[in-house]
Ligand binder design. Structure first.
Ligand code: AMP
Ligand code: MG
Length: 486
């Protein structure tokens, strides 16, 4: 275990130079207070959890102090936003503080979000508000606990600094960790600004730092692209399996590591609804729940376009073709586990689609349905769940097929139950839960948000005394409109 001051930095991205990022110092927020801290994220940096109690910790996390070997920089990138190309984005309010090399030999980017204005801030104030910082913290740590790749969150600090959104709000900072902060939009920036040398330099950096296993392949860049396609497909399979709606799948929010990245007005489904749009600034539903699959493919095509100077076009096209089968394979694997099946059967896809259609027709709670399906023997569970469906004939037909399929799978009930509990969370980050906790935090009471974070960090465990966090939202807590401003 290390002390805070012992972190070792090896700032590989900063060494790429001025074409890739600009040096900017964090602008501290006033009277910082520690709102949330993630012990498992601290462990990624080999930090003793007790270090979070030191005054230095909150000062480092709120921009008042800086590690002597950190080299804070704002990265430049561009990207396709809602289908249209935006030539210049970049870190408008977050800084890559540097790369920490941990005892296991892993590099972790430290990124301070809400650290003040940069050359890429455009009209923005460079700040993040408490509400959105808490939402990103909760989601990234929860997704990780669900087994879905995500950037991580070390801590959130709040302050007496005020900023304007729709109303006056409290400025906050989030210290984020990720193996890399390179986005699809980084490659797009150098491609569209016609900087082939820099594009190649970025490609070499990403290849050697993040895909070293591809260096031994006959075509390293192609192998790297294939790996990005596969990782993205696996990521989206995780989102779809657990009802996660990202909300703003612009190419500048897509990580080359295939991790969930840049959280905005995201949501986990309450009722199952394939057409659900969580971002109320997306009236066309471009980023609706079910569109996340074709949109990920579209985003990979945008990345492929930017890689044409490095990779043969036919090879890029062929590799893009791997996305959908790879996605389908991983999605079905995850859903088989959720249904409690050990084996694979050709009819599983159709069985699953029928179930989702029934759930959609009756607005059935997506998380609780699967948890309850695994909690007792199929016939008992199905008899209880039946009440939630309007189309009883449809449900009965499905239930008969499910029972037959489960029987053919042939595992003992105790094993089935243990397996299904490990695949079906009891606790999910529902928007109404986040909203209640945020309201308390905004009033200065951090107890509820800390408790919510604790509960969500063990989503598959029964947690006696905390069952209320597994409840469906009250009617007025469904489809909460989450502001895009953050
Ligand atoms: P986001 O919607 O958070 O993915 O941000 C899109 C772009 O807007 C990125 O370039 C951000 O850095 C920038 N941005 C978002 N909010 C602010 C802000 N308050 N101040 C400056 N830039 C911002
Ligand atoms: Mg973004």
């Amino acid at each position: 275990m290390k002390a805070l001051t012992d972190l070792f930095f090896d700032n590989r991205f900063a060494r790429l130079g001025e074409a890739f990022s600009s040096e900017v110092l964090p602008e501290p927020i006033a009277d910082p207070q520690l709102v949330l801290v993630s012990t498992p994220a601290m462990a990624l940096l080999d930090l003793d959890p007790a270090q979070a109690q030191l005054p230095d910790f909150v000062e480092l996390c709120a921009g008042h102090k800086l590690w002597s070997s950190a080299e804070p920089r704002a990265m430049v990138y561009s990207g396709h936003q809602f289908g249209g190309y935006n030539p210049r984005l970049g870190d408008g309010r977050g800084l890559l503080l540097g790369e920490v090399l941990n005892n296991a030999g892993e590099h972790w980017d430290l990124h301070l979000k809400g650290a003040g204005q940069t050359p890429y801030s455009r009209q923005g104030d460079g700040r993040a508000v408490l509400r959105s910082s808490i939402r990103e913290f909760l989601a990234s740590e929860h997704l990780h606990a669900l087994g879905i790749p995500s950037s991580r969150a070390l801590c959130v600090t709040s302050s007496s600094t005020r900023v304007w959104r729709e109303t006056q709000e409290c400025a906050a900072m989030l210290l984020r960790l990720a193996p890399s902060h390179v986005r699809f939009g980084h490659f797009e920036y150098f491609y569209y600004t016609k900087q082939p040398e820099q594009l190649k330099q970025l490609g070499e950096h990403v290849l050697s730092c993040h895909f070293p296993e591809c260096l031994a392949q006959p075509e390293p860049y192609l192998a790297m692209f294939r790996s990005i396609v596969e990782r993205t497909a696996e990521l989206i399979a995780g989102w779809q399996a657990y009802g996660f709606c990202h909300g703003v799948m612009n190419t500048d929010n897509m990580s080359i590591m295939g991790i969930t990245f840049d959280f905005g007005p995201y949501a986990f489904l309450d009722d199952f609804d394939a057409q659900y749009v969580c971002n109320h600034s997306d009236p066309q539903g471009r980023y609706s729940f079910s569109n996340q699959v074709p949109i990920a493919h579209w985003n990979l095509s945008a990345l492929a376009q930017a890689l044409t100077p490095l990779i043969n076009v036919d090879h890029l096209r062929e590799t893009l073709g791997l996305f959908l089968p790879h996605y389908q394979h991983h999605y079905l694997e995850r859903m088989r586990r959720r249904l409690g099946f050990l084996s694979a059967d050709d009819g599983d896809q159709a069985l699953l689609e029928r179930l989702l259609q029934l759930m959609q027709g009756s607005a059935v709670d997506y998380t609780n349905f699967f948890r309850e399906l695994g909690d007792s023997a199929p016939e008992h569970a199905l008899a209880r769940l039946r009440d939630d469906f309007l189309d009883l004939a449809g449900f009965d037909a499905w239930a008969a097929d499910y029972r037959a399929r489960s029987a053919a799978d042939g595992s003992a009930q105790a094993e089935r139950q243990a397996r299904m509990r490990a695949a079906n969370p009891k606790y999910i980050l529902r928007n109404y839960l986040a909203q209640h906790a945020i309201t308390a935090a905004e009033a200065g009471d951090y107890g509820p948000v800390r408790e919510l974070h604790q509960v969500l960090s063990q989503p598959f465990d029964e947690q006696p005394g905390f069952e209320r966090y597994a409840q469906r939202p009250p009617e007025d807590g469904k489809h909460l409109e989450i502001s895009c401003s953050s």
